[in-house]
Ligand binder design. Structure first.
Ligand code: AMP
Length: 414
């Protein structure tokens, strides 16, 4: 399937070429023709599937073919500032040849530049719910002429407690509009919301969770909590660890870990919700440019971040929600590339590991030999079958992989 088969016009095909996309992703193949026909869409797709271009390309094409007085015609709601900024950037890539104007609206920064952009006149607004409502209430944003509404990462809106804000915003939108809802998972509340805001939607699904996971080499390291830091440094000293996204459970742990790594001469920065927007943008830019090879993040901060060429995702802490594992490791192996995901698991995290393996429907391979292998967590070691190596630097730990036999899985302590 090529972009030529999707009813995109020559300008959009040029844009796709300029951006460097050679062929459409499954969600683009499935969604673009329906969006161009004017249908509402419910898209079950996660970040990394190419869903942003799946709606941005047809929308830019449709906006261009019906110009009039400038007014806000498209509203995209996104749960995080970073995601809003990225979606806005993607619109920028595709609307470069057009006179369309787009802007991102989010909190954590002064509102004045955003107000100025709005007063200048924009066609496309990409916003987080809080700042959007602030500016609507101050009279800077009018949405009565809106034609297209996109609710992105609806499940994350729910997790982050934004769902009522989202509903309040939707109540203020014109009823006659084209609506697209994207969500990685479809909990009941999101299904109910879809029914109430979409008209006869086409359901498009891409990236059932296991397909994203398949191209990623996943391993688990059993390690005691107190040894996680040393194990991480050991892995990061492997020259293959060029651009590494590390996940921790809390902001506090992200901060501490980034500081400790930097002290050990492994340049690292933390990105989480307590950092100012400027600090987050700067950290992200330095990571993207390769200046800082290690970015330590919490789930919320990393959600939706468009970071390409991540060589490794390391779950320093396993997530307590199994779906988050899939989202996290989806940061590597984007758009067809392969990637590596390591997860550290201490004895208290075994229950999370079981849930993750149930979700992805396969066991994750265990790295049986590494310098910090946990005696409690790795029963096989006690039989002398495998020994911890202390000269780990000579061979990267991921080369010591074995498929875990089934009986070994059952032998894990609870
Ligand atoms: P998204 O799921 O929208 O966050 O997109 C994930 C990443 O894939 C982004 O870096 C996009 O720029 C990139 N991308 C989107 N569509 C394509 C495509 N057809 N070919 C290659 N990369 C793409």
């Amino acid at each position: 399937m090529s972009f030529q088969n999707l009813q995109l016009n020559s300008e959009m095909l040029r844009a796709v070429k300029r951006v460097g996309y050679s062929e459409p992703t499954p969600i683009q193949v499935r969604a673009i023709p329906h969006i161009l026909e004017g249908r509402d869409i419910v898209g079950c797709a996660q970040t990394g599937s190419g869903k942003t271009a799946a709606f941005a390309l047809p929308i830019v094409q449709m906006l261009k073919s019906a110009r009039g007085k400038r007014r806000i015609r498209v509203l995209v709601l996104a749960p995080t500032r970073e995601l809003a900024a990225q979606i806005d950037e993607e619109f920028g890539k595709f609307s470069r040849e057009s006179a369309l104007r787009h802007t991102a609206i989010f909190g954590g920064v002064g509102q004045q530049p955003q107000v100025k952009a709005l007063q200048h006149g924009v066609d496309i607004v990409v916003a987080t719910p809080g700042r959007l409502q602030d500016l609507m209430n101050q009279g800077y944003i009018r949405l009565d002429q809106l034609e297209y509404f996109i609710l992105d990462e609806a499940d994350r809106m729910l997790d982050m407690g934004f769902i009522n804000d989202v509903k309040r915003i939707i109540k203020r939108l014109p009823k006659a509009r084209q609506t697209m809802l994207f969500s990685a998972t479809m909990p009941q509340t999101i299904q109910d919301l879809s029914r109430s805001i979409l008209t006869d939607p086409v359901k498009v699904e891409a990236n059932p969770q296991s397909t994203t996971v398949e191209s990623i080499e996943q391993s688990i390291y059993f390690v005691e909590g107190g040894d996680k830091r040393a194990l991480l440094k050991h892995i990061l000293r492997d020259p293959a660890s060029k651009r590494v996204l590390v996940f921790t459970r809390t902001k506090h742990r992200a901060n501490n870990l980034a500081k400790q790594l930097s002290r050990a001469r492994i340049p690292a920065e933390a990105i989480h919700g307590n950092k100012s927007q400027t600090a987050r943008t700067r950290a992200l830019a330095r990571f993207k440019s390769g200046h800082t090879p290690v970015l330590v993040a919490t789930d919320i901060a990393a959600r939706g971040l468009d970071i390409s060429d991540v060589t490794h995702v390391i779950n320093f802490d396993l997530p307590n929600i199994a779906e988050s594992y899939v989202h996290r490791i989806g940061r590597t192996a984007r758009a067809g590339a392969s990637g590596i995901a390591y997860s550290f698991c201490d004895v208290d995290e075994r229950k999370y590991l079981r849930e993750i393996e149930a979700l992805i429907q396969k066991p994750i391979e265990v790295v049986s030999e590494h310098p910090y292998a946990s005696a409690i967590a790795a029963p096989k070691r006690q039989n002398g079958v495998s020994k911890p190596r202390h000269n780990g630097a000579s061979k990267p730990p991921h080369q010591n992989r074995r498929r875990r036999p089934r009986r070994n899985r059952q032998a894990r302590p609870a």
